[in-house]
Design a protein around this ligand. Sequence first.
Ligand code: ADP
Ligand code: MG
Length: 322
Amino acid sequence: MAVERDEKYILIALGGNAFQSKGEAGTPENYWRNAYRAAETIVRIVKEGYKVAITHGNGPQVGIILEWMERSKDKIPPMNMDIAGAMTQGWLGYLLMQAIQNTLIREGVRDQVKGVVAIVNQVAVGRDDPAWKNPTKYVGSYYTEEEAKKLMEEKGWVVKPDPRGGWRRVVPSPNPVENVEVGAVKKLLNDGWIVIASGGGGIPVIRNEDGTLQGSEAVIDKDLAGEVLATGLGVGTFVILTDVEGVYVNFGKPDQKLLREVTVSELEKYYKEGHFKPGSMGPKVLAVMRFLRHGGKKAMIGHLHKGYDVIKGLSGTKVLPG
Ligand code: ADP
Ligand code: MG
């Protein structure tokens, strides 16, 4: 099939800050503006002849949904984590889908693709994953230490200090093993559609022995789930766009250094030395190492607002096999 490890077939992972930047109120207008900003990058890439699949984070949004549910729980029964994840796929998938469609039209390149489609997408995780016993993923609102302790007592949540400041709830983040609807995504991509899939790391489900699925109370890292999708699709290029310039060694220290081009084995050495924080840069680095070891051609990690340059190799960190 057309997609097989062609470098022009690309999966782009957009960070959670793609839709709600720090310090923004998070109004619908903010969301639309940010969606259009991401769409501009996507359309520039499409114009270059790339066939694009997109995934996105949902950390801030799943947090908002959890808070809505929390505040209205006396009137409306709260939903579960998997249902909240599905809601964010609809919410953000819709924004991106329409923003990209409209941008294609405004740029006069509507005919370059069949169309844009966002899918509700399940990702299977293991029943025996050690993550169930060791929650690591930050979700929801930021609390003070005092509020955090109260929530731990009253709700039995695990709440920890977030490296970016404040205290937040942490939930299990099991390893993604299978993108359930990957076959449909691949068909659409090969047929010329821009596809938005695996949003928020996918809806976390567990596969039973008889093949049936059930939702689970977890959050899957969107970069690791992105790798499962990228590998399942067989794209040649995997790009992760976030809120830093790229991958640094000695991050946050006076001698921090941006890695511009590295091989998987060099990156693995740094990974083992502990340069990349779990729950943020750690899974991105792990995701690109897995992608390249699974046969991917190249991977990039860079700043969302420089997405085009990152893909062109002019900005960010480029990772190659070897
Ligand atoms: P996203 O929403 O894009 O997934 P994350 O917060 O999960 O964003 O990951 C990006 C963050 O990773 C950066 O804001 C940075 O604070 C953090 N980080 C941790 N270690 C590193 C490192 N070695 N190099 C660059 N960024 C790092
Ligand atoms: Mg992240």
